[in-house]
Ligand binder design. Structure first.
Ligand code: GCB
Length: 603
């Protein structure tokens, strides 16, 4: 106990020597397909110390003379931070946000220190990483008192290499996680969802050989339906390292060698390939082999294109019967992370006869993308460039780009993903246009095969909406959010609205809806009743059916989700109530209405 106490105190003191968060988002290594690698789980109870005054970082020279440590009777100048003892501190479960685990942390936004011990036995010729599924929002990681990495962005994974730092026997990790909202962050200070803090997704150790596969891509060659192309990147490989790629289901076994950048490229005919689609979500087992590293995946192959104002999947026009949802855990609330959470959420989407989901407003947990691949649900995936972020800050742009890069890196082998979304409801301005333009350029460079979209808002002249936001010039598909019948007008006025599409691009109605408290019944004219929400959906369908260029919709939203912006007592109680299902899993009337509407569309 004493030893442990000292160790942990030492670590905090060591941690104090580092600047809390690097001035620039660090390009941490990001291994792909980690769920197909053997992992040593670090999930379970971690000790924690909330630190709203940021004491754990040690004395800040700028402030020391004014307050804080200098004035603290318990602080020994130059000595350890003697008031901290992880071993005696309570625990939080990882994965899991802190807000939904402890009443005292329900509204907590700030710095919190996590700590856990782990046993490890280093192996020769092996790299070892700590893989974090996500830490909201910024994290600094220490192992045995050494700073190993920083990460910014609350919804994407990162890997910290600890080879040579993790020693044989007992080790310990400290993670400083900070979910303070700030103007220059992405998302910024205003958001209509709960800013759940902490190690919200699984944490594990991943071992790989000296040279290892850290990225690969395999897709249909553009313009074909029977040729595959891609690459395998082997970190640490000399030029000329042999890589093999096998697809047993197609009797394919190919070899290629790495170039000077460690990349082996493939391009080959794939006769008899069955395409991935919502009706037949065919996935092929793919085996990669480079040196002593082996990696397996299950990948689907499909094409996605725009032609005029149509979206084509595998060359055929498709209508996207979708639903939007947050990565919020059904029944218990809090951040979703488990396979069960994913299957409940996507199971409801399937019950609605969806072939498409909008994962709002940030990258969701990867198991949802995996499941979408298996179930045949096409996916809109987005980064949290939400409402009015700091368009003129180069740092904010860098952070947004980095989150975009991480999302594409993690998810670019999921056939389900057809749309990368750059932003949601951003107010029009030249600075906004320039910022998002940069993101679009980055997304197209990283993945030239998928479609680019954004959820935009439009201005109405009377009852006419003209979809002419200049941002649309950069996009393949225009997403529009509209709340006719809720934030504007009455449900019965909805069918009066008409839509103009001067850019002639495909349009998805990416949000519409109304709040309803499950079980609250009354006349269809009373807001917050299930009947009112239902009538908004029915009237919306009348309007939407008349839009000739409409190619899909993702009503807002599948399930009620927590948001501190939604306070109405007895009705909202900290939940946005636009869900078709309540946070407790109760289906509202409008759930059946959308289900029947989509069922008819399918015929
Ligand atoms: C929107 C936002 C979404 C909100 C929703 C609402 O336009 O995109 O994040 O939650 O409206 O319920 O107001």
């Amino acid at each position: 106990m004493v030893v442990m106490f000292r160790l942990h105190v030492f670590c905090l003191a060591m941690a104090a020597a580092f600047i809390p968060f690097a001035a620039h988002a660090q390009q941490a290594t990001l291994l792909v397909d980690v769920d197909h690698r053997p992992q040593i789980s670090l999930d379970g109870p971690w000790h924690y110390i909330p630190d709203p005054y940021r004491e754990g970082w040690g004395p800040n020279p700028d402030h020391a003379s004014l307050h804080g440590y200098a004035a603290n009777a318990h602080y020994v100048p130059g000595g350890p931070l003697i008031q901290y003892d992880f071993a005696r501190s309570p625990t939080l479960n990882v994965p899991g946000d802190w807000n939904s685990q402890k009443d005292s942390l329900f509204y907590y936004e700030g710095l919190l220190w996590y700590q856990r011990d782990f046993t490890y036995h280093p192996k020769p010729h092996t790299h070892v990483f700590i893989h974090f599924g996500a830490a909201n929002y910024a994290a600094s990681i220490f192992v045995n008192g050494q700073h190993v990495c920083d990460h910014e962005g609350g919804y994407t994974p990162f890997d910290c290499e600890i080879s040579g730092i993790a020693k044989d026997g007992e080790n310990f990790i400290v993670a400083a996680v900070d979910n303070t909202r700030a103007v220059e962050r992405v998302p910024t200070v205003r958001l209509d969802w709960w800013n759940y803090g902490g190690l919200t997704r699984p944490v594990s150790l991943i071992e790989v050989p000296d040279t290892y596969i850290d990225d690969y891509s395999l897709q249909l060659e553009r313009g074909t339906q029977d040729r595959l192309e891609g690459y395998v990147h082997v970190a640490g490989a000399d030029a000329g390292t042999q890589v093999t790629l096998g697809i047993p289901g197609l009797h394919i076994e190919k070899e290629a060698v790495t170039d000077t950048n460690g990349r082996a490229s493939f391009s080959f005919a794939a006769a008899g390939l069955a395409l991935w689609s919502p009706e037949h979500p065919r996935l092929y087992a793919v085996a990669l082999h480079a040196g002593s590293d082996r990696l397996n995946d299950e990948i689907g192959f499909r094409t996605i294109e725009v032609q005029g104002d149509r979206i084509r999947l595998n060359g055929k026009p498709v209508f996207l019967r979708g639903i939007s949802f947050h990565d919020e855990a059904p029944f218990r609330s809090g951040r979703a992370w488990s396979d069960k959470d994913a299957s409940t959420l996507l199971g409801w989407a399937q019950e609605l006869h969806c072939n498409f989901v909008r994962m709002a407003h940030y990258p969701h947990t990867e198991n949802e993308y995996r499941l979408a691949d298996k179930l045949g649900l096409m996916v809109w995936s987005e980064i949290p460039v939400y409402w009015g972020i700091d368009w003129t800050s180069p740092r904010t742009l860098e952070v947004a780009k980095h989150q975009l890069w991480e999302m594409i890196r993690r998810d670019h082998n999921h056939a389900a993903v057809i749309l990368w979304s750059m932003s949601n409801e951003t107010p029009e301005s030249p600075e906004r246009n320039a910022f998002i333009h940069e993101l679009v350029v980055e997304a197209r460079r990283e993945d030239p095969t998928r479609l680019i979209t954004s959820a935009i808002v439009t201005h109405f002249k009377g009852t006419t909406a003209t979809l002419d936001d200049p941002l649309g010039q950069d996009l393949d598909v225009l997403g529009y959010n509209e709340y006719i019948g809720w934030y504007m007008g009455d449900a019965k006025t909805i069918p009066d609205y008409t839509w103009q599409n001067p850019m002639g691009k495909p349009v998805i109605m990416s949000e519409f809806g109304a709040d309803a408290k499950a079980g609250l019944h009354g006349p269809a004219t009373d807001k917050f009743t299930e009947e009112y929400q239902d009538s908004v959906y029915r009237q919306q369908f009348q309007m939407l059916d008349k839009i000739p260029f409409l190619r899909g919709m993702t009503p807002w939203v599948l399930m009620d989700f927590r948001s501190p912006m939604r306070q109405l007592p007895g009705i909202q109680d900290n939940y946005n109530r636009k869900g078709l299902v309540s946070n407790k899993g109760e289906k509202k009337q409008a759930f059946n209405t959308l289900r029947d509407y989509y069922a008819k569309m399918q015929k």
